[in-house]
Every structure is written in structure tokens, then in C-alpha cells.
Write a protein that binds this ligand. Structure first.
Ligand code: FES
Length: 228
């Protein structure tokens, strides 16, 4: 199994982790194979380029954007708002173009629900955008560059979106989520939206995802994706 920059069949995920910056620590969660809506393993090569896909990881209620950027995403040195440095390892897949980030805005935790999404990847520049190909949050216009580890390019967010690390198995063209890297905001998210999540997701909102997780295009997951 290939991980972000190193891999060998049979090697444990921990042993296969790349060399991280001094204070960078990926946080491991139970591995979850990405599957399509039929429950079959998602083929990385079948992802539409520059399309928004959503899955939930590492908890049932925490959404993640999955993107094939169509070009290699190189590693990038980043830091959280409390100045913990970390090295985002770049994209995975045969073209190293596939990336995943928590879809919870690092400013005030806006996130995509089944009813509405104010945050998404934009192939072309948003109205108040600074360039094409960014994740844009319509709430206060924070913008993140998914090709650079979701680094903040504009707006009030003070740290990148938290990265979700994927391993890629080239033998079967599959993807597995196994860790996060960067500024997690899950505690704040569950605290802020406790009542809302209990209506949307029920009592399993904070259950850990494991085994497999369904990936959907944002348009199939969410009824109203706001474009601003
Ligand atoms: S919540 Fe996203 S910019 Fe404020």
C-alpha cells in the first residue's frame, strides 16, 4: 500500500508515514476504505477532475472534501494558528493529484450539510476570489488552496483546513483515509453544533468511522451548494 510519500505492501501505516517536521504529528484514526454509493471500493482514477466529493471522517458527522486536482500537489510547510508547524505531504494517486481536507471552515466552522453548503471547491474564481481552484467559504470569504495543503490565501481563517491523510493502493486503485494532520477543530465543532448534529445525524454523530466510508459528489450529498 502506498502512503503519501512512501509505501510498501504489508508495511504498517505507522511505519510507512513520511518524515514529518519536528512538531508535526499526524493523528491516526481507524482506517476507512473509500467506497462509492454502491458500496464498491472507489477507483481513484474514476474521480472527476476538479469536482467536489464529500465523505465523513474521522467521525460520522465530520465532513471531508475529496478532490482530484488534475495536477500533482506538492508537499508544503504549514502551521496551525497556535504555530505548530507541520509538513503536508502532498497529493496521492498515480498523478499525486488527489487530496482530502476537513470541510469544516477554520474560521467559524461552517460546513456542508444535506440541506446547504456555503463552502466548496471552485474550479473558477469565486466572486470575491483571488484565483481559480480554491476552496471558498461564502460565510466570510476565507479561501484555501487545496494544491498547497489548504493553506489560507485570503479571508479571516487563521489556519489551513485540517488535512485528512489518504493512502493509495496502486494495485487496486483504491484510497483509504487513516489520519488527520494540522489544526483539528472537531471538539469546537461538536460543541458548537451539538443540537443541530443530533437532529441531522442523531446519536452517532461522534461515532468513529472505520472499515469503509461512502464518498458522494457534493451535488448528490447536498441539495443546495451556494455559489458566491
Ligand atoms: S466561517 Fe468560513 S469564512 Fe467564516
Amino acid at each position: 500500500m502506498e502512503t503519501c510519500s512512501a509505501g510498501a505492501a504489508g508495511m504498517s501505516l505507522a511505519a510507512a508515514l513520511p518524515a514529518w517536521a519536528a512538531d508535526a504529528k499526524p493523528k491516526a484514526y481507524a482506517p476507512a476504505l473509500l467506497v462509492n454509493e454502491r458500496g464498491d471500493p472507489l477507483k481513484a482514477s474514476e474521480l472527476k477532475v476538479q469536482a467536489n466529493y464529500v465523505f465523513h471522517y474521522p467521525f460520522e458527522a465530520t465532513p471531508v472534501f475529496l478532490l482530484d486536482l488534475g495536477k500533482p500537489a506538492q508537499p508544503n510547510a504549514l502551521s496551525t494558528h497556535d504555530r505548530s508547524a507541520y509538513s503536508w505531504p502532498g497529493g496521492v494517486g498515480s498523478k499525486r493529484s488527489i487530496v482530502a481536507f476537513s470541510a469544516i471552515c477554520a474560521h467559524q466552522l461552517v460546513y456542508p450539510t444535506r440541506d446547504v453548503s456555503f463552502i466548496s471547491f471552485r474550479k473558477t474564481r469565486a466572486q470575491r476570489g483571488v484565483q481559480d481552484g480554491l476552496i471558498h467559504c461564502c460565510a466570510e470569504h476565507s479561501q484555501y488552496d487545496p494544491a498547497r495543503g489548504a493553506e489560507v490565501l485570503s479571508g479571516p481563517a487563521r489556519q489551513p483546513l485540517c488535512a485528512v491523510l489518504l493512502s493509495y493502493d496502486p494495485r487496486v486503485d483504491s484510497l483509504t483515509a487513516y489520519a488527520t494532520l494540522g489544526g483539528e477543530l472537531f471538539d469546537e465543532f461538536f460543541q458548537k453544533y451539538q443540537a443541530k448534529l443530533s437532529l441531522e445525524v442523531g446519536s452517532k454523530a461522534r461515532n468513529a468511522v472505520s472499515g469503509q466510508v461512502v464518498v458522494r459528489e457534493l451535488e448528490r450529498f447536498c441539495r443546495n451548494s451556494i455559489q458566491c
